[in-house]
Design a protein around this ligand. Structure first.
Ligand SMILES: [Zn+2]
Length: 242
């Protein structure tokens, strides 16, 4: 596994790629998604491997049942025996508890205010970005003492605006809510740039310390892409306070 990772003032950010796991075709190799049809034992092994490579206890990683909404859950422990709730953002003030977001083209958003000791992970596809899942996550962080001016943001590998073709009417609908997401494919047809929309939302909220992955999942053979492959695995983004 050759995850991209970095640290900012004690906050840790990591994004996986598809290599280094045990899943068989078409989930090869490091599928971290539990709801895509892969062998659950393979997913468990992959989650253990990914956690180990990041120095995390796999039992201290909190996952979501993502539904393309704008729901936020504040957590202070893993779900344990409780059902994993339907939500698209997690927030915690618990040191050492890792929050994970699953994607294969959607934008994984990791946020941290190390001074306040608050982190968040959000799943922002086109519907979630429009629904405002990222602003909702920032609001929930603020309620726990975070300050947008101190928040460090990372967006991970996702389908880029030059590849994410949509019908003209859909682009118009998205751009009416978030003009920055208006895009054109490399072949000249209507498109949406979800990551650009997320960054515009963060900019308006006063989150200035942002980095965007240059990787387009659809163009990269090292990443899962739902639009390219349909039945495929899921990448994960992790954020935690050391
Ligand atoms: Zn692309």
């Amino acid at each position: 596994m050759t995850a991209q990772r970095d640290t900012a003032n004690g906050a840790h950010f990591a994004f996986t790629d598809r290599w280094g796991g045990v899943s068989a075709v078409p989930y090869e190799e490091l599928n971290l998604g539990g709801a895509v049809g892969d062998d659950p034992d393979a997913v468990r092994t992959n989650r253990e491997r990914a956690a180990a490579s990041l120095g995390l206890d796999p039992g201290r990683v909190v996952w979501m049942n993502q539904v393309h909404g704008a729901g936020v859950e504040v957590v202070d422990a893993p779900w344990g025996a409780r059902p994993v709730p339907e939500t698209d953002a997690l927030v915690t003030a618990e040191r050492g508890l890792a929050l994970a977001v699953l994607t294969a083209d959607c934008v994984p958003v990791l946020l941290a205010d190390p001074a306040a000791g608050v982190v968040a992970a959000a799943h922002a596809g086109r519907p979630g970005m429009i629904a405002g899942v990222v602003p909702a996550a920032v609001r929930a962080m603020t309620e726990l003492g975070a300050d947008p001016a101190r928040i460090v943001a990372r967006t991970g590998p996702s389908v880029c605006g030059r590849c994410y073709e949509v019908p003209e009417a859909m682009r118009a609908e998205v751009a009416a809510v978030e003009p920055a997401a208006y895009a054109v494919t490399s072949w000249g047809t209507p498109a949406v740039d979800v990551a650009a929309g997320v960054h515009a939302q963060l900019e308006r909220l006063g989150v200035r310390a942002r980095e965007q992955s240059p990787v387009c999942t659809l163009e990269s053979k090292d990443h899962f892409s739902y639009r390219r492959d349909r039945t495929t695995g899921r990448l994960a983004g992790y954020v935690w306070l050391g």
